[in-house]
Design a protein. Structure first.
Length: 256
């Protein structure tokens, strides 16, 4: 490779690095906010259903219980769609259709489970109070299982972060200690007329460029892996990918 080409590639790599971070940051933030919203929805669904069951147990009809729960609020992101659901049911809209609109708006796995359980039981003519109680218990167990899984896999997230930092330290050692030592050894041997070993500046710069590329790949895919491990969705890891890339970008200014 021509020696003059390496500085150009280094500049292009740095520009690509910065552009990647700039492009991913708004996408990662929006994805993170959406995931946080959905997590809050799932966290509040069981308590909302329990409140609804309490209203039905007190002798209220389903529309009355929905209106009462909607007025009480305190369910975070569920408050607004819950009020809409209560209004639709109180105006005589079919409950199954109103519930479908409600769960489609929430668009979470637990909400879809809720829709399936309640609609099937409601159509079969079962006791409404018992249907909602069963759904509340089912969603509560699912949410607890999800929280348990999240706490169990959280250490793996920290392992990836620590591994990335260790990789950066090793990269620093390679670029600033090993490569320089090899270059000095090469010059010393060449000065004594010993051949067979050569590490010229162009080769050293090329290896540094390869390490620079490795930092980008390690940070980007490490973040995506975190998303897959912690939430089961790759794109949930974009926020972690951006954080790792930022760490890598700052570290690269010290390493190279």
């Amino acid at each position: 490779m021509p020696p003059g080409l390496i500085p150009v590639l280094e500049t292009l790599t740095l520009l690509f690095f910065i552009s990647l971070i700039v492009f991913l940051t708004p996408v990662a933030i929006l994805t993170h906010l959406e995931n946080t919203w959905k997590k809050n929805v799932d966290a509040n669904l069981p308590s909302m259903l329990k409140e609804l069951v309490d209203g039905l147990s007190a002798g209220l009809s389903l529309p009355q219980a929905l209106i009462t729960v909607a007025k009480s609020g305190g369910f975070g992101p569920l408050d607004k769609p819950l009020k809409k659901l209560a209004v639709e049911v109180s105006w005589g809209a079919p409950f199954t259709e109103a519930l479908k609109d409600f769960t489609d708006y929430l668009d979470t796995n637990l909400a879809r489970r809720l829709q399936g359980i309640i609609i099937e039981a409601y159509r079969s003519g079962g006791d409404v109070e018992r249907v909602f109680m069963t759904a509340a218990e089912h969603l509560d167990k699912l949410w607890e299982l999800r929280k348990t899984r999240a706490s169990e896999v959280r250490p793996f997230m920290f392992i990836i972060y620590i591994s990335f930092v260790v990789f950066l330290v090793i990269t620093y050692a390679f670029n600033n200690i090993l490569f320089k030592s090899l270059a000095q050894t090469s010059e010393l041997l060449a000065g004594h007329g010993v051949g067979g070993f050569s590490l010229n500046p162009a080769t050293s710069a090329l290896m540094s460029l390869i390490l620079f590329h490795a930092i980008i790949l390690e940070g980007f895919f490490g973040g995506l892996i975190i998303g897959k491990i912690t939430s089961g969705r790759i794109f949930s890891g974009l926020i972690h990918a951006v954080i790792l890339l930022l760490i890598g970008l700052l570290a690269s200014q010290i390493i190279f």
